[in-house]
Design a binder for this molecule. Structure first.
Ligand code: ADP
Ligand code: MG
Length: 344
């Protein structure tokens, strides 16, 4: 069997299935960060690592080194935000071709350092090595949080509402503008090139007991929500008409004659948060969140109980509905997020 037939998520499942069990309190593979309790404390370390590969995640012809230096850290900060934590330290590993201009590396570090100082993260080490083929960058981020605040993917409950903290699909459309040299959608381009980590929002939601589960949207709604339903052993319904779309994505879709919902459901790299919370707390939660952040979050669906008599993976699937009716067939078959090995 080839890796493209197995897929990224089955591979990770396979890796995870063959490991010794962990001591009480430690969370390993399966969430945005690993969790390691600090001894003698009510806090835990949050640790995550993410890699960016030239030609797969970025093109040096389309992204400045300053932007790349910022983004490689931001995508890691997003995983700390997803657990409700605060970033503290990082490690940076780089595989670089020997003919790379030193000025490129200096500019890369300008971007990296800007984000370190903006979010109070200290670079503690890393590794530097020679690459025969393009640039590979990997950041390991270390953050922390109060143990009782940490939000996992595995704790969504049937009846919870599902919400996101920002419009979806902008980064995917921005990438397309970048590749097609379409400069007329600055906002979309910027969402792709310079995403923001939702750290303050993550910490706020982490303090709310009514919030049951949380993760960041990195591979796209379809893929990421499936991670929540799988690890929480439930299903979900997404109400397509409730998905927040930016004005710019709608304009882009009209111009390009494409379906903006498809970008919102399948497109990755928005790096906003998706979370589930107790339905009866909706009014209170949206009021306190809007007051603090001067913007709302967006309810896009509901967590459903899985059918215990169903033994197939479809018991954990996502249903897509439009104005109360479940949509199926050709349209939703396309609703898949990003898998690094599948034939996307
Ligand atoms: P994210 O998109 O939040 O960075 P991923 O989908 O990349 O998360 O990873 C899902 C989980 O699988 C995480 O807990 C991650 O640590 C783990 N994981 C991914 N690749 C590997 C690997 N090669 N070995 C061990 N764990 C891995
Ligand atoms: Mg994540």
């Amino acid at each position: 069997m080839k890796l493209k037939d197995l897929g990224e998520f089955n591979l990770i499942r396979q890796i995870a299935s063959d490991l010794p069990s962990l001591k009480e309190g430690i969370v390993g593979i399966g969430d945005d960060c690993a969790v390691i309790p600090k001894s003698g404390s009510d806090e835990a370390w949050l640790i995550s690592t993410d890699m960016l590969v030239e030609g797969v995640h970025f093109l040096t012809s389309k992204m400045s080194p300053v932007q790349l230096g910022a983004k490689v850290l931001i995508v890691n900060l997003s995983d700390i935000a997803a657990m409700g934590g605060s970033p503290r330290f990082c490690f940076l590993s780089m595989a670089l071709p020997s003919d790379l201009e030193v000025s490129w590396i200096e500019d890369f570090f300008k971007g990296f350092r800007n984000i370190c100082s903006l979010y109070d993260v200290l670079l503690l080490g890393g590794d530097t090595t020679h690459s025969l083929n393009g640039i590979t960058l990997s950041v390991t981020i270390i953050g922390d949080a109060k143990i009782t605040d940490i939000k996992k993917r595995s704790t969504a409950m049937p009846g919870d509402l599902i919400a996101v903290t920002a419009t979806l699909g902008d980064s995917a459309a921005g990438l397309e503008c970048l590749l097609k040299k379409n400069p007329s959608f600055d906002y979309l381009l910027n969402q792709h090139l310079a995403p923001k980590p939702y750290l303050a929002e993550g910490r706020f939601l982490a303090k709310e007991q009514s919030v049951h589960s949380m993760m960041d949207v990195s591979d796209g709604l379809a893929s990421d929500l499936l991670r929540i339903t799988e690890s929480s052993n439930c299903k979900a319904r997404i109400d397509l008409e409730k998905i927040p779309l930016s004005r710019e994505l709608i304009l882009f879709s009209e111009k390009e004659k494409v379906d903006p919902i498809e970008y919102a459901v399948c497109g990755g790299e928005d790096y906003c948060l998706i979370f589930t919370f107790e339905k009866r707390q909706l009014a209170e939660l949206i009021a306190s969140y809007s007051e603090k952040f001067r913007k709302p979050f967006y309810v896009i669906g509901e967590v459903l109980a899985s059918d215990p008599t169903d033994t197939t993976m479809s018991r954990l699937k996502i249903l897509y509905a439009e104005h109360g009716r479940v949509v199926s067939g050709e349209r939703t078959e396309k609703f898949r997020g990003y898998d690094h090995f599948a034939k996307n």
